[in-house]
Design a protein around this ligand. Structure first.
Ligand code: HEM
Ligand code: HEM
Length: 188
């Protein structure tokens, strides 16, 4: 215990609140599932019986993710700030802040673009949350549809790239830092 306290500065032993931890892992699993569903369901092919159901599930999980990021942002603003690991170099700490901030921006933006895209599409069934019909955000409009579809796709794939960087950095610090980093313990 004493040796551990000496080996690790106080910042490294800090941890996120239970709400942030639980929501972090639920979101991580749902994002992987939703990107998996999206890449299977597109391009739209109505000759496949499951296509329509997959769109409903994709939109529902997407809306659920939006709700979860709001809970997470609320938990973040109401809980104690967790400082970067003391062992990080200055550029690593800045890169980590920028990545976390960008992840949050994309976690909010991706579902909003998806919702706008689905609302503005004239021939779709709108948006439902596991069967509960949701209001339309914007009127049917081909220009809005095309723009929001592009934004949804590019922001979703940017999110995927950032997640890859984020996970690689977390694993690098956990497995290869000397002395051994406690980074995963902060979020588990
Ligand atoms: C879709 C997947 C993921 C997303 C969107 C995501 C997003 C985030 C965000 C935004 C934070 C910052 C928390 C805050 O400041 O409130 C964070 C923290 C963290 N995440 Fe993830 N994460 C994902 C998956 C993972 C995975 C798979 C791992 C494990 C390898 C991981 C490890 C961590 C760690 C260790 C932290 C704490 C970082 C620190 O203390 O500086 N994340 N994650
Ligand atoms: C964090 C949540 C979400 C993620 C990560 C995500 C991700 C993706 C990805 C990767 C694609 C495939 C893009 C392509 O290759 O064409 C896609 C397509 C799509 N998403 Fe999402 N999405 C999310 C939320 C939503 C929401 C909330 C809605 C609507 C309410 C939605 C509606 C759609 C639609 C309609 C498509 C199909 C586009 C097409 O047929 O070309 N998404 N999504």
């Amino acid at each position: 215990m004493i040796r551990e306290a000496q080996a690790y500065p106080a910042e490294d032993c800090a941890a996120y609140s239970s709400t942030i931890k639980i929501v972090h892992w639920i979101m991580a699993v749902l994002i992987v599932i939703n990107i998996g569903i999206a890449s299977y369901m597109t391009p739209f092919d109505d000759s496949r019986a499951e296509t329509e159901a997959l769109y409903v599930i994709h939109k529902s999980i997407g809306l659920l993710l939006f709700g979860l990021v709001i809970v997470r942002l609320w938990a973040k603003t109401t809980s104690e700030r967790v400082e970067s690991l003391a062992s990080l170099k200055k550029w690593e700490a800045s890169a980590s802040h920028i990545t976390h901030l960008s992840l949050y921006v994309l976690l909010v933006a991706v579902p909003i673009f998806g919702y706008v895209q689905s609302s503005s599409y004239a021939y779709g069934g709108g948006v439902s949350l596991f069967g509960l019909q949701m209001p339309e955000l914007v009127p049917d409009d081909i220009v809005i549809f095309e723009l929001s579809a592009k934004l949804h796709r590019s922001s979703a794939y940017s999110l995927l790239v950032l997640v890859f960087l984020h996970v690689s950095a977390a694993l690098k610090h956990q497995l290869f830092d000397e002395p051994k980093s406690k980074i995963l313990g902060r979020i588990t």
